[in-house]
Design a protein around this ligand. Structure first.
Ligand SMILES: Cc1cc2nc3c(=O)[nH]c(=O)nc-3n(C[C@H](O)[C@H](O)[C@H](O)COP(=O)(O)O)c2cc1C
Length: 202
Protein backbone atom coordinates (compact mmCIF):
# COMPACT_ATOMS: atom_id res chain seq x y z
CA UNK A 1 0.00 0.00 0.00
CA UNK A 2 1.13 3.50 -0.83
CA UNK A 3 0.00 6.16 1.63
CA UNK A 4 0.55 9.90 1.12
CA UNK A 5 0.90 12.21 4.12
CA UNK A 6 0.00 15.88 3.66
CA UNK A 7 1.19 18.34 6.29
CA UNK A 8 -1.14 21.33 6.48
CA UNK A 9 0.79 23.77 8.69
CA UNK A 10 2.47 26.86 7.21
CA UNK A 11 5.39 26.55 9.63
CA UNK A 12 8.64 25.33 8.10
CA UNK A 13 9.41 23.15 11.11
CA UNK A 14 5.99 22.34 12.44
CA UNK A 15 4.56 20.10 15.10
CA UNK A 16 2.28 18.73 12.39
CA UNK A 17 5.34 17.58 10.42
CA UNK A 18 6.62 15.88 13.57
CA UNK A 19 3.31 14.02 13.95
CA UNK A 20 3.44 13.14 10.26
CA UNK A 21 6.89 11.60 10.75
CA UNK A 22 5.57 9.55 13.66
CA UNK A 23 2.64 8.25 11.58
CA UNK A 24 4.91 7.53 8.62
CA UNK A 25 7.28 5.49 10.81
CA UNK A 26 4.32 3.57 12.24
CA UNK A 27 3.05 2.77 8.75
CA UNK A 28 6.39 1.59 7.44
CA UNK A 29 7.63 -0.33 10.48
CA UNK A 30 4.38 -1.85 11.80
CA UNK A 31 2.39 -2.28 8.61
CA UNK A 32 5.01 -2.55 5.85
CA UNK A 33 3.34 0.28 3.89
CA UNK A 34 5.14 2.72 1.58
CA UNK A 35 4.75 6.37 2.49
CA UNK A 36 5.64 9.76 1.10
CA UNK A 37 5.09 13.18 2.65
CA UNK A 38 4.34 16.64 1.24
CA UNK A 39 4.94 19.32 3.85
CA UNK A 40 3.03 22.43 2.78
CA UNK A 41 5.03 24.55 5.27
CA UNK A 42 8.51 23.54 4.09
CA UNK A 43 7.44 23.16 0.46
CA UNK A 44 4.33 25.32 -0.11
CA UNK A 45 1.95 25.29 -3.05
CA UNK A 46 1.18 28.62 -4.76
CA UNK A 47 -2.17 30.10 -3.80
CA UNK A 48 -4.76 28.89 -6.28
CA UNK A 49 -5.21 31.08 -9.37
CA UNK A 50 -6.92 30.59 -12.74
CA UNK A 51 -3.71 29.70 -14.58
CA UNK A 52 -3.92 26.31 -12.94
CA UNK A 53 -6.28 25.54 -15.84
CA UNK A 54 -3.93 26.80 -18.58
CA UNK A 55 -0.61 25.32 -17.43
CA UNK A 56 0.80 28.54 -15.94
CA UNK A 57 4.50 28.01 -15.10
CA UNK A 58 3.82 28.40 -11.37
CA UNK A 59 1.80 25.20 -11.56
CA UNK A 60 4.53 23.03 -13.12
CA UNK A 61 5.62 21.58 -9.71
CA UNK A 62 2.02 20.52 -9.06
CA UNK A 63 2.49 17.73 -11.62
CA UNK A 64 4.80 15.78 -9.33
CA UNK A 65 2.39 16.04 -6.39
CA UNK A 66 -0.49 15.10 -8.66
CA UNK A 67 1.39 11.98 -9.84
CA UNK A 68 2.26 11.00 -6.25
CA UNK A 69 -1.38 11.36 -5.19
CA UNK A 70 -2.66 9.47 -8.22
CA UNK A 71 -0.42 6.53 -7.34
CA UNK A 72 -1.40 6.49 -3.68
CA UNK A 73 -4.00 4.16 -2.17
CA UNK A 74 -4.88 6.42 0.74
CA UNK A 75 -4.07 9.65 2.49
CA UNK A 76 -3.37 11.13 5.90
CA UNK A 77 -3.97 14.85 6.33
CA UNK A 78 -2.25 16.34 9.37
CA UNK A 79 -3.36 19.90 10.13
CA UNK A 80 -3.01 22.15 13.19
CA UNK A 81 -5.84 24.14 14.70
CA UNK A 82 -5.19 27.82 14.15
CA UNK A 83 -7.73 30.26 15.59
CA UNK A 84 -10.27 27.46 15.64
CA UNK A 85 -9.74 26.75 11.94
CA UNK A 86 -7.81 24.62 9.50
CA UNK A 87 -4.91 26.74 8.10
CA UNK A 88 -5.14 28.22 4.61
CA UNK A 89 -2.40 25.89 3.30
CA UNK A 90 -4.59 22.82 3.63
CA UNK A 91 -7.68 24.60 2.26
CA UNK A 92 -5.55 25.71 -0.70
CA UNK A 93 -4.40 22.10 -1.19
CA UNK A 94 -8.03 21.08 -1.63
CA UNK A 95 -8.55 23.90 -4.15
CA UNK A 96 -5.57 22.76 -6.20
CA UNK A 97 -6.07 19.00 -6.08
CA UNK A 98 -9.13 17.30 -7.45
CA UNK A 99 -10.78 14.13 -8.57
CA UNK A 100 -8.29 12.13 -10.55
CA UNK A 101 -5.98 12.22 -7.56
CA UNK A 102 -8.35 11.80 -4.62
CA UNK A 103 -11.69 10.38 -5.71
CA UNK A 104 -12.90 7.38 -3.73
CA UNK A 105 -9.70 7.10 -1.74
CA UNK A 106 -9.75 6.76 2.04
CA UNK A 107 -8.22 9.44 4.23
CA UNK A 108 -7.52 9.86 7.93
CA UNK A 109 -7.74 13.41 9.28
CA UNK A 110 -5.28 14.15 12.08
CA UNK A 111 -5.66 17.47 13.92
CA UNK A 112 -2.86 18.97 16.00
CA UNK A 113 -3.11 21.20 19.06
CA UNK A 114 -0.62 22.43 21.63
CA UNK A 115 -3.48 22.21 24.13
CA UNK A 116 -6.86 20.51 24.18
CA UNK A 117 -8.11 21.87 20.84
CA UNK A 118 -8.23 20.22 17.42
CA UNK A 119 -11.92 19.34 17.06
CA UNK A 120 -12.68 22.37 14.86
CA UNK A 121 -10.12 21.20 12.28
CA UNK A 122 -11.71 17.78 12.10
CA UNK A 123 -15.19 19.30 11.75
CA UNK A 124 -14.00 21.70 9.05
CA UNK A 125 -12.23 19.03 7.00
CA UNK A 126 -15.21 16.71 7.23
CA UNK A 127 -17.63 19.48 6.29
CA UNK A 128 -16.00 21.26 3.41
CA UNK A 129 -13.09 19.53 1.73
CA UNK A 130 -14.43 16.55 -0.17
CA UNK A 131 -17.49 17.68 -2.15
CA UNK A 132 -15.93 17.82 -5.61
CA UNK A 133 -12.87 15.62 -5.19
CA UNK A 134 -14.85 12.74 -3.57
CA UNK A 135 -12.21 11.95 -0.97
CA UNK A 136 -13.58 9.52 1.61
CA UNK A 137 -12.82 10.58 5.17
CA UNK A 138 -12.71 7.63 7.52
CA UNK A 139 -15.15 7.77 10.44
CA UNK A 140 -12.09 7.30 12.65
CA UNK A 141 -9.85 10.38 13.03
CA UNK A 142 -6.91 11.43 15.22
CA UNK A 143 -6.26 14.48 17.36
CA UNK A 144 -2.68 15.00 18.55
CA UNK A 145 -3.41 17.04 21.71
CA UNK A 146 -0.63 18.40 23.96
CA UNK A 147 1.46 17.82 20.87
CA UNK A 148 4.73 18.97 22.37
CA UNK A 149 4.59 16.00 24.77
CA UNK A 150 4.04 13.30 22.12
CA UNK A 151 5.55 11.96 18.90
CA UNK A 152 9.03 13.34 19.65
CA UNK A 153 11.96 11.52 18.02
CA UNK A 154 13.76 12.04 21.34
CA UNK A 155 11.37 9.87 23.35
CA UNK A 156 12.62 11.29 26.68
CA UNK A 157 10.63 14.43 25.75
CA UNK A 158 7.37 12.46 25.60
CA UNK A 159 4.78 12.15 28.34
CA UNK A 160 4.55 8.36 28.69
CA UNK A 161 0.76 8.20 29.23
CA UNK A 162 -0.13 10.67 26.48
CA UNK A 163 2.23 8.95 24.07
CA UNK A 164 0.81 5.52 24.84
CA UNK A 165 -2.77 6.74 24.36
CA UNK A 166 -2.01 8.51 21.07
CA UNK A 167 0.12 5.62 19.84
CA UNK A 168 -2.72 3.13 20.39
CA UNK A 169 -5.25 5.39 18.67
CA UNK A 170 -2.88 5.97 15.77
CA UNK A 171 -2.24 2.25 15.36
CA UNK A 172 -5.99 1.60 15.27
CA UNK A 173 -6.70 4.42 12.78
CA UNK A 174 -3.92 3.24 10.48
CA UNK A 175 -5.16 -0.36 10.66
CA UNK A 176 -8.52 0.89 9.42
CA UNK A 177 -6.97 3.17 6.80
CA UNK A 178 -5.20 0.20 5.20
CA UNK A 179 -8.36 -1.93 5.40
CA UNK A 180 -10.37 0.82 3.69
CA UNK A 181 -7.61 1.29 1.12
CA UNK A 182 -7.90 -2.36 0.17
CA UNK A 183 -11.71 -2.26 0.15
CA UNK A 184 -12.03 0.94 -1.91
CA UNK A 185 -9.63 -0.09 -4.67
CA UNK A 186 -12.28 -2.16 -6.52
CA UNK A 187 -14.80 0.66 -6.04
CA UNK A 188 -12.51 2.99 -8.01
CA UNK A 189 -12.36 0.46 -10.81
CA UNK A 190 -16.17 0.09 -10.85
CA UNK A 191 -17.76 1.38 -14.03
CA UNK A 192 -20.78 2.68 -12.12
CA UNK A 193 -18.77 5.73 -11.09
CA UNK A 194 -19.82 8.54 -13.42
CA UNK A 195 -17.69 11.63 -13.05
CA UNK A 196 -18.66 12.83 -16.53
CA UNK A 197 -22.35 13.41 -15.83
CA UNK A 198 -21.82 14.17 -12.13
CA UNK A 199 -18.57 16.12 -12.24
CA UNK A 200 -19.22 18.10 -9.05
CA UNK A 201 -20.91 16.97 -5.87
CA UNK A 202 -24.11 18.63 -4.73
C1 LIG B 1 -1.87 31.45 14.41
C2 LIG B 1 -2.06 30.37 15.46
C3 LIG B 1 -3.33 30.15 15.97
C4 LIG B 1 -3.55 29.12 16.90
N1 LIG B 1 -4.82 28.86 17.32
C5 LIG B 1 -5.05 27.72 18.04
C6 LIG B 1 -6.38 27.26 18.29
O1 LIG B 1 -7.36 27.86 17.88
N2 LIG B 1 -6.55 26.12 19.00
C7 LIG B 1 -5.48 25.40 19.46
O2 LIG B 1 -5.70 24.36 20.08
N3 LIG B 1 -4.21 25.82 19.25
C8 LIG B 1 -3.97 26.93 18.55
N4 LIG B 1 -2.69 27.35 18.28
C9 LIG B 1 -1.57 26.61 18.89
C10 LIG B 1 -1.21 25.42 18.05
O3 LIG B 1 -1.99 24.32 18.48
C11 LIG B 1 0.27 25.06 18.20
O4 LIG B 1 1.08 26.18 17.85
C12 LIG B 1 0.64 23.88 17.33
O5 LIG B 1 1.95 23.54 17.60
C13 LIG B 1 0.52 24.27 15.89
O6 LIG B 1 0.97 23.21 15.10
P1 LIG B 1 2.03 23.45 13.94
O7 LIG B 1 3.37 23.61 14.61
O8 LIG B 1 1.90 22.20 13.18
O9 LIG B 1 1.63 24.66 13.16
C14 LIG B 1 -2.45 28.36 17.36
C15 LIG B 1 -1.17 28.62 16.85
C16 LIG B 1 -0.99 29.59 15.89
C17 LIG B 1 0.40 29.80 15.33
Amino acid sequence: MNIGIIIGSHRKDSQSAKVGRFLSTLLTTQFGADTWTRDLGADPLPLWDEEIWSDGPQWEPLKLLSAQLTQSDGLIVVAPEWHGMAPAAIKNFFLCIGMPELAHKPAVACAVSAGEGGAYVIAELRMSSYKNNRLCWLPEHLIARSVKAICNADTTLNDADLQAAFGMRAHYALTLLLAYAKALKPIREDTQIDHTQFMNGM
